[in-house]
Design a protein around this ligand. Structure first.
Ligand code: AMP
Length: 283
């Protein structure tokens, strides 16, 4: 496994590998790797000949007052985990390598970034699409793998790839969870024991909503009411949003009469946590 910090060095290496006919897969991450990341890496390994992961805590996707400075980082630990998962190349540039002085170009996907996390993090997705576009240009992957845990991010990236004609296959992978259902996230490291315990209610509430939906409830207000009740029973959680949206355009629904995503974002202590579940009508 090679660890590379320079853009030029990665580009030269990838050019050579592509000439040899190798299929390149890319898993972009912000590091502090967990089993959710590993499931993406395994899929990358399965689909490609050369597995590249990027580890870069991307400053442009954090708003002012958010956790950029304290976001957990541990490259040595990440290297061991990546090596075991079969990663061939770790690309881990520093912020100045990606955003040199006088940097001024951004990629903005318009509509699907407005709702959900876009409401409370208005510059977040611009940062995500900018860095992912740059990673695509640097690593030139044939395949890139993302988690459905960040549902809006996945929809946004698929839109960017269509709109900008990137010749890259985007693969979405299911959310990997702890035994009690909490979605794995690097930010779970912020949780103290009572917060960690309270956070179990997020997945529990999603499952309850799914049950309600399968037993015939289609009214968004009713389903969300139930989710809120379960989360509110844990006093230390504050809700940013709980919404049910069309999975294609991420517009709010009133009735779940098509494939929809139930998505939520909450604050538990210092951690902003997100989770979601797709609701699929039977007919
Ligand atoms: P991050 O390092 O949090 O930016 O995540 C890097 C990639 O891993 C993104 O595509 C995430 O959606 C994905 N990811 C994060 N957590 C999980 C999880 N629990 N299960 C599956 N994929 C995940």
């Amino acid at each position: 496994m090679r660890v590379i910090t320079s853009i030029t060095e990665v580009q030269v290496l990838i050019e050579k590998l592509r000439r040899e006919g190798k299929i390149i897969s890319l898993v972009p991450t912000m590091g502090y790797l967990h089993q959710g990341h590993v499931s993406l890496m395994k899929e990358g390994k399965r689909r490609g000949d050369v597995l590249v992961i990027s580890i870069f805590v991307n400053p442009t996707q954090f708003g002012t007052g958010e956790d950029y400075d304290v976001y957990p980082r541990d490259l040595e630990r990440d290297k061991k985990l990546a090596e075991r998962a079969g990663v061939d190349i770790i690309f881990s540039p520093n912020a100045l390598e990606i955003y040199p002085r006088a940097y001024q170009t951004y990629v903005q996907v318009e509509e699907v970034t407005k709702n959900l996390c876009g409401l409370s993090r208005p510059t977040h997705f611009r940062g995500v699409t900018t860095v992912v576009a740059k990673l695509f240009n640097i690593v030139k992957p044939h395949i890139a793998i993302f988690g459905e845990k960040d549902f809006q991010q996945l929809v946004t990236i698929r839109q960017m790839v269509r709109d900008l004609n990137y010749d890259i296959e985007i693969v979405g992978m299911p959310t990997h969870r702890e035994e009690d259902g909490l979605a794995m996230s690097s930010r779970n490291a912020y949780l103290n024991p009572p917060e960690r315990k309270a956070a179990r209610s997020l997945y529990r509430s999603l499952l309850r909503a799914s049950e309600l939906f399968t037993s015939g409830e289609q009214q968004v207000e009713k389903i969300i009411g139930e989710v809120k009740k379960i989360i509110a029973s844990e006093g230390i959680i504050t809700v940013d949003y709980i919404k049910i949206c069309d999975t294609e355009n991420l517009q709010d629904l009133i009735v779940v009469d098509r494939e929809a995503v139930l998505a939520l974002a909450v604050k538990v202590g210092k951690a902003r946590l997100i989770d979601n579940l797709v609701l699929k009508p039977l007919h």
